[in-house]
Design a protein. Structure first.
Lengths: 101, 179
């Protein structure tokens, strides 16, 4: 899906910070939601957008509870960390897509 | 309540555009882990809204273009009719011919764009064509006695090109998607 450059919202920044906090570990959607206090309806469009821009990677993993469906997990990519650094340095000028293209 | 959440997220998976479906599946997988029923329902409601938003964004160009084109067909057919009359075609034939051709072309284009909506397109285009003819006869064919069977005839006349156009469009659209 094409991803046009857009200004970074505070919620998107929260998601990037939460993912950065996990380091190299993968986070479940529920964990990101808990860390950012975002509702699912806001969180997943942000995650999808970040993935479109190559700022996060995602994968399906087996659930730790038997009989439950596989879960989707996320972590920042190198580009994601760089984007977060750039956003912190100059939040007003930073645009998703413009910096990551 | 978790059952309701599951139903909502199943529906969300269905309405989400294919490119976003895995994200709704991800939401659904997370909801399976939430123990509290009301929290699961809130999670599912959010997922449903997200799916609705993705779907609306994807469908917006189509939802704007279809009514615009249906309205625009009045003008396209009008110009077609003027052209046919300038070439010597009688008024009735020119009006019908232009409208039939416009209905056919619009049906092909919009059914090819979204083959799954071919039936809707096939039903919408002749109805508006009929309204256009009604307008023509009310404003241009002064005091022309038109029996009610004429309108029925028009519905049939425009129904066929719409049905054929929508079918052709759906076939083209499916082929293009497969290619």
């Amino acid at each position: 899906m094409p991803a046009a450059p857009r200004r970074l919202s505070p919620q998107t920044l929260d998601v990037l910070i939460a993912l950065e906090g996990a380091g190299a570990d993968w986070l479940y959607g529920l964990e990101v939601a808990a860390a950012t206090d975002l509702k699912s309806g806001s969180l997943y469009p942000i995650l999808a957008r970040l993935a479109d821009h190559g700022l996060l990677e995602d994968q399906w993993v087996e659930s730790d509870r038997p009989g439950r469906p596989r879960r989707h997990v996320y972590r920042l990519t190198g580009a994601g960390r760089a984007a977060l650094r750039a956003a912190r340095a100059n939040p007003a000028a930073f645009k998703l897509g413009a910096a990551t293209a | 309540m978790t059952r309701l959440a599951d139903i909502l997220l199943r529906l969300a998976v269905r309405i989400a555009p294919p490119a976003r479906r895995q994200w709704v599946e991800a939401l659904r997988a997370e909801s399976e882990v939430i123990e509290d029923g009301s929290a699961a329902l809130r999670w599912a409601a959010g997922g449903f809204v997200a799916a609705l938003g993705w779907s609306a964004r994807r469908e917006l160009p189509y939802l704007v273009a279809l009514p615009a084109a249906l309205y625009g067909q009045i003008w396209i057919a009008g110009y077609g009719m003027e052209l046919a009359m300038a070439l010597g075609a009688p008024f009735m034939e020119a009006a019908k011919g232009a409208q039939v051709l416009t209905v056919f072309l619009l049906s092909v284009i919009f059914a090819a764009w979204r083959p799954r909506r071919a039936v809707l397109v096939g039903l919408l285009t002749p109805i508006l064509g009929w309204l256009w003819l009604l307008d023509v006869f009310l404003t241009r064919a002064e005091r022309l006695p038109v029996p009610w069977t004429f309108y029925l005839e028009c519905m049939v006349d425009f129904g066929w090109p719409a049905a054929v156009g929508a079918t052709v469009g759906a076939i083209i659209g499916r082929r293009l998607k497969m290619a």
